[in-house]
Design a protein around this ligand. Structure first.
Ligand code: ADP
Length: 562
């Protein structure tokens, strides 16, 4: 409740940042102080102008607070706050008896604010300005003291000075305590991060040694005389462990890139169902790899043809991280993945019936290197504790939020949101295909289509003819390779995989040897498990599953040509 209120007043610590929250706190304290001072001035009858000044200070400071907190112009807020306080204090000093009044105490508080809020050369400029201002005040009072507004009685002075001193002491206490709390919190965070890093290094050493052990051991065994069956088994083990190691390296690279703020988001349009079908494949592979046959998967999406715009690769990465964890921490039962539309957001989720997460760790699991198992080592699960940190960062980069709801022993639901702008479905009637293709202008560009089926070739030709692209055709793998060699003007290849003689994989490998940078998009008749991975391994840049929708084909080609 209290946190909700402070977040509302000062701004969310993640979104607003600690420093800006601190500035908002200062602004609120100044507003309260000015209000209290107005009441005191009024009750002691310290003069019309002084009371008006403190009173007018309130809306001015409220405006600055609004600029910083709600318009999120933090820097502008900081400048306005500093300059206004300078001017306001000088006016108050003049109206409130100069060195005989209490305003000089406020200068001490103001000085601490300058030191706390600013850093770098600008801080030195303000500190210089502060002392010049102080000297100027002393000079004015020394030479023109008679013009400064004075108290009318000694009693008035005593009450005003002591009450003002009490208020400013409270203000100073708040400021120093807030700065101290921030310091302690940051120090704790740094210590935690250091401890987590040490745990990560120890864990990583184990995570690398285990697969390396199998790879080295089984490759040595392969050098011995072995049966065909044994050979296949050893190769599979070596392959599985190599993939695991590769994933580990990719995760480490990802987390380093995220920390160096080098990850970019590339939104594309795609059909949600396509993404979930790919996830289903990942899930089936996970079940086989983890030897878990007692788990079922269900997926729910709002409509089979719902299209969205997002970075599909990163979205798939987050969902497959969550799915991998769901399978890892569930022994039997069911896993559900899905998505709902919630106003202007899409909410994705993966729910499992696994071991669950204790409430005290539900926030920490999103931190780098944190594993609940380290706190409760009753069963060992492989992992480095970076998957969720990567997922959280990617979701935030895509403009969403991620959280978990979980009950130990019952299961966990990981949920995240992404902004949702409805995307029109690409129309597929003949008339609209022509209209869609008419949007692209690829005159002077050359496409090689390697396709042995006449009807398939004609279909591609029909879809693409309105774009003005020049099309070359090969009906065999070898012919495609020869054409790439003889026609350096080719910009892109659409490669059928299943062709008589040399297949698309081999043809792509040879094309790669000839032209390293030529984009090749594979197209296959049915999306078999592993097809995409195999085509990428052969050197294809991308992959289209038949039947190819015209909109998808055009979009994919545009990605490479434009
Ligand atoms: P790891 O690669 O070790 O799985 P993650 O960052 O993906 O790292 O997860 C961090 C920790 O969160 C895990 O070690 C585990 O303790 C907990 N966790 C994540 N997902 C689940 C889940 N579905 N069920 C139970 N615990 C989970």
């Amino acid at each position: 409740m209290l946190k909700k209120w402070t977040d509302q007043l000062l701004g969310d610590s993640v979104e607003t940042g600690l420093e800006n929250r601190f500035n908002h706190l200062i602004l609120l304290l100044v507003i309260i102080t000015l209000l209290v001072a107005s009441v005191i001035n009024l009750s002691l009858d310290l003069g019309f102008w002084l009371t008006l000044l403190t009173f007018l200070g309130v809306p001015v400071m409220l405006f600055i607070y609004w600029v910083s907190r709600f318009s999120k112009k933090y820097m502008a807020g900081k400048w306005l706050m500093t300059i206004t306080l300078f001017v306001l204090l000088d006016l108050l000093w003049y109206q409130n008896s100069a060195s005989a009044g209490p305003i000089l105490y406020v200068y001490i508080v103001f000085y601490s604010i300058l030191i706390l809020v600013w850093e770098g050369p600008i801080r030195n400029v303000f500190v210089g300005a502060f002392f010049v201002n102080l000297v100027a005040l002393a000079w004015v009072e020394y030479h023109y003291g008679e013009h400064v507004i004075r108290y009318t009685s000694d009693d008035q002075r005593v009450v005003d000075v002591y009450s003002a001193l009490a208020i400013y002491s409270v203000l100073a206490t708040f400021l120093v305590s807030a700065a101290r709390n921030i310091f302690i919190r940051e120090r704790e965070k740094a210590r935690r991060s250091d401890r987590l890093k040490s745990a990560f290094l120890a864990n990583m050493s184990h995570e690398i040694r285990t697969p390396m052990n199998s790879i080295l051991g089984f490759s040595q065994l392969l050098a011995e005389p072995v049966t065909e069956e044994e050979k296949n088994q050893y190769v599979r083990i070596i392959n599985d462990n190599s993939i695991y190691l590769l994933q580990l390296i990719e995760d480490i690279i990802d987390i380093s890139k995220i920390e160096a703020e080098q990850v970019e988001i590339f939104p594309v349009e795609f059909e949600l169902q396509e993404l979930f079908e790919e996830l289903k494949m990942i899930f089936l592979q996970l079940l086989i790899k983890n030897e878990k046959s007692n788990i079922t998967l269900e997926y729910k999406i709002p409509s089979p043809h719902l299209r969205m715009r997002a970075d599909k690769t990163r979205l798939k990465q987050v969902l497959s991280n969550l799915l991998t964890n769901a399978v890892k921490f569930t022994d039997n039962g069911r896993i559900e993945v899905g998505c709902h539309i919630r106003g202007e957001e899409l909410e994705f989720y993966t729910c499992d019936s696994g071991i669950g997460i204790p409430p005290q760790h539900q926030q920490e699991i999103f931190e780098r290197f944190f594993k609940v198992e380290d706190k409760r080592p009753d069963r060992i699960y492989r992992g480095t504790g970076i998957g969720l940190a990567i997922s959280r960062n990617l979701v935030e980069l895509m403009g969403g939020k991620i959280w978990v709801e979980s009950e130990p022993g019952k299961g966990s639901c990981f949920r995240f949101t992404l902004p949702y702008e409805p995307v029109e479905e690409p129309e597929t009637s003949g008339w609209s295909v022509a209209r869609m293709a008419g949007k692209y202008h690829w005159e002077g560009r050359f496409l090689l289509i390697a396709e042995d089926e006449e009807s398939n070739y004609l279909y591609l030709h029909e879809v693409l003819k309105k774009t003005g692209i020049s099309i070359l055709r090969a009906t065999r793998g070898q012919e495609a390779v020869d054409m790439v060699r003889d026609h350096p003007e080719i910009d892109l290849v659409l490669m059928d995989i299943k062709m008589a003689g040399m297949d698309g994989y081999e043809a792509t490998r040879r094309i790669r040897a000839l032209r390293k940078d030529l984009p090749v998009i594979a197209q296959t008749a049915y999306a078999m498990e592993g097809d995409e991975a195999r085509s990428r391994e052969a050197g294809c840049n991308d992959y289209l599953a038949k039947p190819i929708k015209p909109g998808v084909l055009l979009q994919k080609i545009a990605e490479y040509l434009e």
